[in-house]
Design a binder for this molecule. Structure first.
Ligand SMILES: Nc1ncnc2c1ncn2[C@@H]1O[C@H](COP(=O)(O)OP(=O)(O)OP(=O)(O)O)[C@@H](O)[C@H]1O
Ligand SMILES: [Mg+2]
Length: 259
């Protein structure tokens, strides 16, 4: 089947409240889509729903991955099959080191996909080499490997480690929820370069952001504006600049759903 993620007329409730009411979006491999939109419009709700967070209840519509509905797949299955979410607010897991977390997640993914023609667990030296190489890409100090995941990490460090996870897991679809928020100027460039190094014909990206700034580094072909749980407007890269200039009231006045 085709290598696409298709979101079809998606309606989502959180604790009985409808947050998303009719999202239609198709992301093909090799494409980068950005979603912008006001606070509370439902961007993270969409991200968490795609990742399979159990709190988000799909009341209507479907999500198809390579032609197959994934609504019955748990978050673990989705991750193993190559759907990755970088959280807006990454959680700390005291007691689990970054290295252990990454190795466990990678092995679960390898087991599920049998990547490289085998489903065998990665050897420790091989894993170490991979992790250090990806840490270098993100200019993360090696000492992070033995620290507990996100425990006491600065906001920017957490975001960098999210992209480290992405680099190690090598997903096919990545949702990056405000990965740029909280990054200093150098970190923004480093993280963007990290994402660009992973981008290519085998990866589809959904980038959620409030700022045009990251789009100077990561170049989406499509920009969508979420307002009130719908994609109110879609366009090309020029839309980000128009938004910067005109604000969201302009979308509310002129928006229309473009598929
Ligand atoms: N558990 C919940 N109970 C009630 N409302 C919720 C719950 N979780 C989320 N919401 C509401 O859903 C709406 C959408 O939230 P969401 O986090 O998706 O917005 P967002 O577009 O990501 O915003 P931001 O730009 O601030 O990150 C908000 O109004 C939020 O208060
Ligand atoms: Mg959000």
């Amino acid at each position: 089947m085709s290598d696409e993620l298709v979101i079809r007329n998606l309606h989502v409730q959180v604790e009985g409240k409808e947050i998303l009411n009719g999202i239609d979006l198709t992301i093909r491999k090799g494409e980068i889509h950005a979603i912008m939109g006001p606070n509370g419009s439902g961007k993270s709700t969409l991200a968490n729903t795609l990742a399979g967070h159990p709190k988000y209840q799909i009341t209507k519509g479907d999500i198809l991955y390579k032609g197959e509905s994934i609504l019955e797949w748990g978050a673990d299955v989705r991750a193993q099959k190559g759907i990755f979410l970088a959280f807006q607010y990454p959680m700390a897991i005291p007691g689990v080191t970054v290295a252990n977390f990454l190795r466990t997640a990678l092995n679960a993914r390898r087991k599920a996909t049998g990547s490289n023609g085998s489903s065998k667990a990665i050897s420790i030296p091989e894993f170490r080499k991979l992790m250090l190489q990806k840490m270098q890409l993100l200019k993360l100090d090696q000492s992070f490997a033995t620290r507990y995941l996100n425990d006491g990490f600065s906001g920017g460090e957490k975001k960098r480690v999210e992209i480290l996870q992405m680099a190690v897991l090598n997903p096919e679809f990545a949702v990056l929820d405000e990965t740029d928020s909280g990054l200093d100027i150098d970190a923004l460039r480093i993280v963007s370069e990290g994402v660009n190094a992973l981008a290519g014909p085998n990866l589809g990206v959904l980038l959620i952001t409030h700022y045009q700034r990251i789009l100077n580094y990561i170049k989406p072909q499509f920009i969508h504006v979420m307002v009130g749980g719908r994609l109110a407007l879609s366009g090309g890269p020029e839309l980000a600049l128009q938004l910067e200039e005109k604000g969201y009231d302009w979308v509310k006045e002129n928006g229309h759903v473009v598929k």
